[in-house]
Design a protein around this ligand. Structure first.
Ligand code: DAT
Ligand code: MG
Length: 151
């Protein structure tokens, strides 16, 4: 139904800790549709572009070193309300403040190792999808379950 899309990435800590299937499963079971996915090691320069809005923060350099330190699973998920609700599934930035039941609340401890990224709004979603994916890497397809998820 709705074509809203968001950019979600499992950071190097999530990949190394073997949490790919756990995290994908939470988005998939909710009913969201995976429309793009790839495993990439971003360069530091690319990480700096991704986190451009945070340049000037004291943790910016370490954050970009970390994001470029190993494989990242980059994804685009589609569904009604997926940008805002995806952030709810992820939980608060600092896992100490993330509710149990959220990805960070259940699976992470410290803010600098919070295992997952999700776009924080419609504009950043568009920008981040365009940064990480070529248009032809984004698929549009229907699933037989679509009619059971949306009225
Ligand atoms: P979010 O990832 O929840 O959108 P953000 O955009 O404010 O959070 O920050 C991006 C990432 O930067 C965040 O996931 C972890 C890191 N970060 C944020 N605040 C931090 C802090 N005070 N100390 C260390 N790392 C921080
Ligand atoms: Mg953010």
């Amino acid at each position: 139904a709705e074509l809203e899309r968001t950019f979600i990435a499992i950071k190097p800590d999530g990949v190394q800790r073997g949490l790919i299937s756990e995290i994908i499963s939470r988005f998939e079971r909710k009913g969201y549709k995976l429309v793009a996915v790839k495993l990439v090691v971003p360069t530091k320069e690319f990480a700096m572009q991704h986190y451009d809005d945070l340049k000037g923060r004291p943790f910016f350099n370490g954050l970009c070193d970390f994001l470029s330190s190993g494989p990242v699973l980059a994804m685009v998920w589609e569904g009604q309300g997926v940008i805002k609700y995806g952030r709810k599934l992820i939980g608060a930035t600092a896992p100490q403040n993330s509710e149990p039941g959220t990805i960070r609340g259940d699976l992470a401890i410290s803010v600098g190792r919070n295992i997952i990224h999700g776009s924080d709004g419609p504009e950043t979603a568009v920008a981040e999808i365009a940064l990480w994916f070529k248009p032809e890497e984004l698929l549009s397809y229907s699933k037989v379950t679509d009619k059971w998820l949306y009225e």
